[in-house]
Each structure stands twice: as C-alpha cells, then as structure tokens.
Design a protein around this ligand. Sequence first.
Ligand code: GLC
Length: 513
Amino acid sequence: MSDNPKWLNNAVFYEIYPQSFMDTDCDGVGNINGITEKLDYIKDLGCNAIWLNPCFESPFGDAGYDVSDYCRVAARYGTNDDLINLFNEAHRRDMHVILDLVPGHTSWEHPWFKESMKAERNQFTDRYVWTDSIWEEPTGYGSLRGISDRDGSCAVNFFTHQPALNYGFYKPTRPWQQSVDSQGAIATREAMKDVMKFWLSRGCDGFRVDMAGSLVKNDEDSKGTITLWQNMTDFVRKEFPEAVLVSEWGEPDKSLQGGFHMDFLLHFGPSHYNDLFRCENPYFDGKGTAADFVEKYIDSYEKSERKGLICIPTGNHDMDRLARHIHGDNKKLAFAFLLTMPGAPYIYYGDEIGMNYVEGLTSVEGGYGRTGSRSPMQWDNSINAGFSAAPSEKLYIPIDPSEDRPTVQSQLNDKNSLRSEVKKLISIRQAHKALQSKGEIEFITKGEEGKPLSYIRKTEGEQILISVNPTDKPCEFKIDSRVKEVIYSLGDGAVIKEGSIVIRECSAVFAIL
Ligand code: GLC
C-alpha cells in the first residue's frame, strides 16, 4: 500500500478489551456505551485512536475471537447503533476507532459452518478447509471430525471450536486441497471484504487483523498469503482510502508487502520482545539485555525498507501485564522507550496506571493464563473499582483484590504517578514529528546487560536522542552531534559533555541534537 492515511502518522492507540473496560448497564460485563462514556478519559491521556477487541456475536469460547456473526454487535455489548455512535463520538473528538477482524476462522456456531457441515453440497461447502474423508487430517494442527454427516475433517486454526476458513492452499498436494484461485477460496475472500465494507461504511476507521499471516495453507514463504492480502488491501485503499490495516503477523517484510500499513511486534516468535518486558530478567527491570531485541528489530527494519512501521504494544489481552515483571519507576522507563519508537504505540487499557496481572484466576472464556491480564479496569475506590454496579460475583472477571491496586482516580492528579508520566510522554511525542510513526531510527547503544538503550529519531530538520538506562549503573557513551536542548528527563537524568553523555542509573533523557 502506498502512503499511510495521514492520521496514522501520529496515532497513539489505546487497546480496549470491551468486556472489562466500563459497564454502564450493570450486568457485570463492559459495554460499548461504557467506552463512549470514557472517551474523554482516553483523549485526556493523549491517545487519539482505539483498537477494540472483537465485539461481535459469539458463543465466547475464545472471548469473541470465535465470531458467529461478523456484522452484529454482541447483545451483551449493546447494538450496532451503539457502535456507530462510538465511531461518531470518537470522530467528534478527532479520534479514530479500529475494530478487530478475525478473518482466519469463525466459531463452529457460525451459520456458514452449520451449512458447511451438511453432507449435501451447498453455497458454504467450500467455505472452510475440509478433507474428503474423516480418516484424513487436514493441516496437522488439529481438526473437527465426526461431528456431522459430511464425510471429512475440518481444519481448525486455534481452539478446536474455531474452524479454519478456506483461502486455498498455495501448493495443493491432495485432491481436497483447493487452490488459492478456486471458487471456494475466492468466495471466502469476497465474503471477508463484505464484512470489512459493512463496518467501514458505517464509520469504522480500519482493522487490527487477527492472525493475518495464517490464511493460505501450505504457504511456507507466505507468498500466497501476501498475494491474498494485496487483493484485500487494494480493495480497502480504493474504496476507503482513510482506513488503516494493522496486522498481527510479526514479519513486517511480509505484511507490508501484503499492503498492511503497520505490523505488530509479537510476543512469540523471533522478536525478542519478551527480553524487554516479560522474562526472568527483563531488560526494563534493570537486569537483562536488550541487544538481541535490537538486532532483530534492525533486521526487520532493514527488510521493510526502513519504514519503521512496527507497532510495539505495552501489552495486550494475550500476554502478562507489564506490571507483573517491571517494577516501580522502571515502568516509566519502559514507557519512555515505548512512546519514542517508530510505528504506532499501543497502550493496553490499564497499563497506564500499572494494573497488575491478577494471579490464580480460573479461566474465563478461553482466557486460561491470559485471564489475569483481562480483569476489569480500575477507575476508583468505589464498589467494583468503579467498573460496574453489578453484584461483584456477577463480574466478568473478578477485580484485582490487592489493597494497593492502582486506580485512575488516585493517579489522575498526582504529578508523580505513572499515568501522569505516560501523559507527559505522549504529549512530547505529539510535539515532535521525529518521535512519531515515520521518524527514522538509528541505534547508538544497544542495551547490552548493564548498559543503556540509546537511539536517535530523525525527520527532516529534527534529530532527537533518546537514552533510557534501567540498570543500576551510570554509563557514558559517545555522540557525534552537539546537544542543543534537553526536552525530557526522568530520574537523575544525564550529564551532557562535549562529545559524550553520561546517563545516570534508572534514568531517561531525550535531547534535541
Ligand atoms: C489472536 C488473538 C487471540 C486469539 C487468537 C485466535 O492471537 O489475539 O486472543 O485467541 O488470535 O483468534
């Protein structure tokens, strides 16, 4: 895809898990109107875009990533009109909302799948990946078998109840494997375009695309999946040029070729994201190393033509809360890094106040170990932390029971709070083009163990040095350019010398060069 829609260049996203953000109808589950009510809170933080996790009809075996009707808001969240109202209210505030598109699979309760299970041929027979005998497994990742009269096994994508939609096989090797240009595969692709069109024409500003790299099967180098996305993103670019598509793919060289505007850095695979935030000794907790992350980041950056369109999230609904591993003011250092990197930053709801991972919960809606990161937003000290007026046993997930749990209310007017620091960091990002999505990046120090992580962000006419030192030792490093002005400092900051900088322990500094 050629140029980005302009709004993406300075977008700072806030990810909302709708179940857990704000409940205004007192059923213990968050809803769309609750999000609309809190738009001013999000805007005040400085975020100007929202990624909303799936909010469509679903049996909720995977928290809504098992869709049973792509074009209808789940009753527990409200109505389509409520969602359209959210789009309008967001636009009124100069904000944008992207939805979560799950194109790879549906719920086994989707009407398409119910038709597809039938022995008689019909319009949906080829909508999913089926073998032609129940004794043959489709893709090696698991299947649904013996569930209807249809003699075949259906491939699944994630959980067993999520049958895989058919976008074809890049290299079919068995008679039942359809090619990428078979009628069945093309019909699936067109049906997914209809879904996109449905929401984009009602005011939605784009999509975060779930498991975007997994659609075409037997596609080792992703060539088939890239071509498929080129077709879909072309359609979006032509009909909705201001719409944004961000992929959950984790390989920007591939996803950007497919036409996505940006790609997520994933917490699995080769990214080394976890080295920074989520491992035994995470770099931002002051102990580990960021060097492997930096190597891999540079590699992806170069491969995607230095476009820098890699989104690094603070966390998300699939991984541990940031605060589970990064302690005290080191969280501020983590944000100083996250909010000065290229691409669009994504703040997972509640991370801005340092919400904790809630330990020991029983799985809710297919969350398993992820459930502890999906607990209700902590607004204040009133009943259910201000999330819902329902009896607490009816809450979707229990509130963090810790007595010292952070709340928005306690942090809002405290200038030393994490939330205040996040707000300040976003406003600095918004004041300097070099710090935004498209500014280039060049690493100066790579955050080896005991060392700071330092880089220069650049656009025409502006160069900003960022140095973040989460370790307990000061460190001196060389710089070629002269420091003109320090625009941000955290902890004891830095000592600027001629040709070098000493960054103090547990400190960060941003300086115009
Ligand atoms: C993505 C989602 C995750 C979901 C899975 C299957 O990784 O982020 O929550 O369970 O896809 O759709």
